[in-house]
Ligand binder design. Structure first.
Ligand SMILES: Cc1cc2nc3c(=O)[nH]c(=O)nc-3n(C[C@H](O)[C@H](O)[C@H](O)COP(=O)(O)OP(=O)(O)OC[C@H]3O[C@@H](n4cnc5c(N)ncnc54)[C@H](O)[C@@H]3O)c2cc1C
Length: 398
C-alpha cells in the first residue's frame, strides 16, 4: 500500500492539469490512469481562446503550438435556411481574449503535451492502473483500490482523492453522484480532408434536430462531428456508418460543403452525451472535468471546463491541506467556486440549445444576429470563455 498527499484518478486534461498545479506547490501527487489509450478519444478537438490561458499557466501552450495546433480566428455558423454568421475572436468592450484565436488540436497532441509536463515534474505517474473502487472510512474518502496490468490489486491512500476519470467515472458512480439527463443525444465523429478553404475557422451547421461541426486540425485532417437525437440513431446501432452517410446527406449546407471531400478515418460514436453529477457527500474527494458532469459539445467547452475546474480544485485542495481539514464542508469551497465559474455559461448554453433545437427559432435568431455584428461578437466572446455571460446585457446596451 502506498500513501500520497493527493491521488488523482485519470490523466486526461482535468487530471493532468490538477497534477501539474499541485506538484508545482510541492505536494506529493500520485496519478493513476488505466491508459495508455488504445482508441482515439471521441471529441470535437476545439479549444477556446481562454483554454490557451490555462495551458500557458500549466507550461504546455508552447508544446501544443509546436505540435501543430491550428489557429482558428473565428467561427462560421450556418443556420437551417443557409444564413451565415461569421464572427472573429477579438476585444469586446474591455474584454480581450488571451490570444486572438481558438485552436483545433488533436486530442493525442493535447493530452500528450499535458502528460509530458506531468512527467517533467516529481509526480508518481502510474499508467496501466485501472481504479476499481474508492476506500471510504468514517464518511471520508481515504484512497482508491486499483488493478494493475499484471492483475495485482493495489490500494493507494491519500489525504485527498481527485476523481478526474472522465464521463464513466468509477468514483462518481461508487459515491452515487451520477444522475441521468433528459437531453439524449449521440455524437458521430470522423475526419475528412479536401474541404475547400477549411483552415482557420471552425464551422457549425445547425439543422434541427441535428447539428454538425467542422473543426480543422491540419490541412489534411478536419474533425467532422455530427450530433443527433439518440433515439434517431438507436434503431441503426448495427449500421451506424449507413446512418451517418444518410444523415449527412440530409443536412444540405453541410453536404454541399463536403462535396469533393474524402474520409480519412473510421467513424466513432458516443451517446448519450449529457449527464448530471451532484457533489459527493463524503469528505476527502473532489470531482473535476467530465467526472463532474457534461452537457453538450455545441459550445465546445469541455476541455476548458476540465482545465478551469482543475485550477479551482487545486486552490481548494491547497487551502484544505494547509488548514488540515479535508471534510466535505471544507471542500465545499470548490463546489461554490465551480458554480460561480460555470453557472452563467451553463444557463446561456441551455438557451442556445433551445434555439438550435427549433428550425424557425434558429432561423429567426440567425437573422437577428446577422444584422447585429456587435452582439454576435459578444456572443462569440462568451462561447470563447473570455466574455462573462453576465456582461452580455451591458455590452448589448452600450
Ligand atoms: C462528441 C463530443 C465532442 C466534444 N468536443 C469537444 C470540443 O470540441 N472541445 C472541448 O473542449 N470539449 C469537447 N468535448 C468534451 C471533452 O472531450 C471533455 O470535456 C474532456 O475530455 C474532459 O476531460 P477529462 O480529463 O475530464 O476526461 P477525459 O479526457 O475523458 O480523461 C479521463 C482520463 O481518465 C482515465 N480513466 C478513466 N477511468 C479510469 C479508471 N477507472 N482508472 C484509471 N483511469 C481512468 C482515462 O484513461 C482518461 O485518461 C466533447 C465531448 C464529446 C462527447
Amino acid at each position: 500500500m502506498s500513501h500520497a498527499d493527493v491521488v488523482i484518478v485519470g490523466a486526461g486534461p482535468a487530471g493532468a492539469a490538477t497534477a501539474i498545479l499541485l506538484a508545482e506547490h510541492g505536494l506529493g501527487v500520485t496519478v493513476l490512469d488505466r491508459g495508455p489509450r488504445t482508441r482515439p478519444k471521441v471529441c470535437g478537438e476545439y479549444l477556446s481562446p481562454e483554454a490557451g490561458r490555462v495551458l500557458d499557466r500549466l507550461g504546455v501552450l508552447k508544446a501544443v503550438d509546436a505540435g501543430g495546433a491550428a489557429a482558428l480566428a473565428g467561427m462560421r455558423i450556418t443556420a437551417p435556411d443557409g444564413t451565415v454568421l461569421d464572427a472573429r475572436y477579438g476585444a469586446v468592450g474591455a474584454f480581450r481574449p488571451y490570444r486572438d484565436h481558438a485552436m483545433g488540436v488533436s486530442r493525442a497532441a493535447l493530452d500528450g503535451a499535458l502528460l509530458e509536463r506531468v512527467r517533467a515534474l516529481p509526480v508518481d505517474l502510474r499508467e496501466g492502473v485501472r481504479v476499481t473502487d474508492v476506500i471510504v472510512e468514517h464518511g471520508r474518502v481515504v484512497g482508491v483500490r486499483a488493478a494493475e496490468v499484471t492483475g495485482a490489486v493495489v490500494a493507494v491512500r491519500a489525504r485527498v482523492v481527485i476523481a478526474a476519470d472522465g464521463r464513466a467515472s468509477v468514483i462518481a458512480h461508487r459515491l452515487r453522484c451520477r444522475r441521468p439527463h433528459p437531453l439524449a443525444r449521440m455524437a458521430l465523429v470522423t475526419y475528412v480532408t479536401g474541404v475547400r478553404d477549411c483552415r482557420d475557422v471552425g464551422e457549425i451547421f445547425v439543422d434541427p434536430p441535428d447539428y454538425a461541426i467542422l473543426n480543422p486540425l491540419a490541412p489534411d485532417r478536419i474533425n467532422l462531428s455530427l450530433v443527433v437525437p439518440l433515439a434517431h440513431a438507436a434503431a441503426w446501432r448495427a449500421r451506424l456508418e449507413d446512418f451517418f452517410v444518410a444523415r449527412i446527406k440530409q443536412l444540405p449546407h453541410l453536404s454541399r460543403r463536403l462535396a469533393g471531400a474524402g474520409r480519412v478515418a473510421p467513424l466513432s460514436s458516443l451517446g448519450p452525451l449529457a449527464y448530471r453529477v451532484v457533489p459527493p457527500r463524503e469528505g476527502g474527494v473532489l470531482l473535476v472535468g467530465d467526472a463532474a458532469g457534461f452537457y453538450d459539445p455545441f459550445t465546445g467547452e469541455g476541455i476548458f471546463t476540465a482545465l478551469r475546474s482543475a485550477e479551482l480544485a487545486a486552490d481548494a485542495v491547497l487551502g484544505a491541506l494547509r488548514a488540515g481539514d479535508v471534510s466535505a464542508a471544507a471542500l465545499a469551497v470548490y463546489h461554490r467556486a465551480r458554480r460561480a465559474a460555470f453557472a452563467d455559461k451553463e444557463r446561456l448554453t441551455r438557451v442556445l440549445q433551445t434555439v438550435i433545437g427549433r428550425r424557425r427559432l434558429a432561423n429567426l435568431v440567425a437573422h437577428w444576429l446577422a444584422a447585429r455584428p456587435r452582439v454576435l461578437a459578444a456572443l462569440l466572446g462568451v462561447i470563447g470563455d473570455y466574455v462573462p455571460p453576465r456582461a452580455l446585457p451591458r455590452l448589448l446596451l452600450s
